[in-house]
Design a binder for this molecule. Structure first.
Ligand code: HPA
Length: 271
C-alpha cells in the first residue's frame, strides 16, 4: 500500500509543481492549521489519497498541503489522525511513513495540549524535549519494516537536540517566550481526571495530550530529525478549577496561532 500511496502523490506533485521534493514535514495540530492556508501550492484532501483515512474532528481540515515556504519545500498535514477516532495506530502514523518515503528528513510535530506544569499558562508554546507514552499502544507493534528502521529502535534522543537549540535561538530573536518540557500522551478522547494529572506530574510530565507520540516514535525509528511544539491550551484537569472543553482549547490555540506561525516560518528559514 505504501508504494501505491507514494506513487499517487509523486504523480500529483509532478503534474502540479514539477520537480518538488519535500525535505520538511509539518503536522499541524488543533487550531494551528492556518499555516497551510497561508502557504498552499497543492492541497490534496485525505479522502482522495489511497491508504489515508478521513479526519473527523472539528478544527482539523484533513488535507495534505505542499508549499514552498522561505525557499524550502514543505509538506504539511492540515489535521492529523488520532487513535481516539477509532483508527488503528498503524493508520495514525501512516502519513509519517509516507512523508519519509517522499523525502522528508526533518519533521515538525505540533499539538494542542493541557498544561500539567503549574507554571504554564493557556496559549504558552512549549518545546517538547521528551515524551511519555501512556497511550497503551505502540505504532511499531507488528511486523517490522527493516528498510525503514530497526526492530528495537533507541528512543533516547527522539527530539533532536540541535532543533531544540535552534528553536530557542529563533524564539529569542523574535521575542517569543517558550516553555520546554515533557509531553505525556493518553489515548483520550475523555480528558484526564485530576488524579491522572497528579500522577502525570509525579512521573515527570509538563504537558498532556492525545497525539504526537505515535508520530514521534515513527520519526525516531525512521531516523528523521524531529521537533515537537505544544500549544498549551488549558490547565490540565485539577491544575486550576476550570472544567475543560474543546471550544476553550480551540480558543487558546487561536490566541497563540499568529505567534506560532511566525515561529515556525522562522525555524523553516533557518533549517
Ligand atoms: N488533555 C488532553 N489533551 C488535551 C488537553 C488536555 O487537557 N488540552 C488539549 N488537548
Amino acid at each position: 500500500m505504501i508504494n501505491s500511496t507514494v506513487e499517487f502523490l509523486k504523480l500529483k506533485i509532478e503534474e502540479t509543481l514539477g520537480d518538488f521534493t519535500p525535505n520538511i514535514g509539518i503536522v499541524l495540530g488543533s487550531g494551528l492549521g492556518e499555516l497551510a492556508d497561508e502557504y498552499c501550492d497543492l492541497a490534496i484532501p485525505y479522502s482522495e489519497i489511497p491508504g489515508f483515512e478521513a479526519s473527523t474532528i472539528s478544527g482539523h481540515k484533513g488535507r495534505l498541503v505542499f508549499a514552498n515556504i522561505n525557499d524550502k519545500n514543505v509538506v504539511m498535514m492540515q489535521g492529523r489522525f488520532h487513535y481516539y477516532e477509532g483508527h488503528s495506530i498503524q493508520k495514525v502514523v501512516y502519513p509519517i511513513k509516507i512523508m519519509k518515503k517522499l523525502g522528508v528528513e526533518t519533521l515538525i510535530v505540533t499539538n494542542a495540549a493541557g498544561g500539567v506544569n503549574p507554571a504554564f499558562n493557556p496559549s504558552d508554546l512549549m518545546i517538547i524535549t521528551d515524551h511519555i507514552n501512556f497511550m497503551g499502544v505502540n505504532p511499531l507493534m507488528g511486523e517490522n519494516d527493516n528498510e525503514m528502521g530497526e526492530r528495537f529502535p533507541d528512543m533516547s534522543e527522539t527530539y533532536t537536540p540541535e532543533l531544540v537549540e535552534l528553536t530557542k535561538k529563533v524564539a529569542s530573536k523574535l521575542s517569543i517566550d517558550l516553555q520546554e518540557g515533557v509531553y505525556l500522551a493518553m489515548s483520550g478522547p475523555s480528558y484526564e481526571t485530576p488524579a491522572e494529572i497528579r500522577m502525570a506530574r509525579v512521573i515527570g510530565a509538563d504537558a498532556v495530550g492525545m497525539s504526537t507520540v505515535p508520530e514521534a516514535i515513527i520519526a525516531g525509528w525512521a531516523k528523521m530529525k524531529l521537533l515537537g511544539i505544544s500549544c498549551i491550551c488549558n490547565s490540565a484537569a485539577g491544575v486550576s478549577n476550570v472544567s475543560l472543553s474543546h471550544d476553550d482549547v480551540i480558543h487558546s490555540a487561536n490566541i497563540a496561532k499568529d505567534r506560532f506561525k511566525v515561529l515556525i516560518k522562522e525555524i523553516i528559514k533557518n533549517l
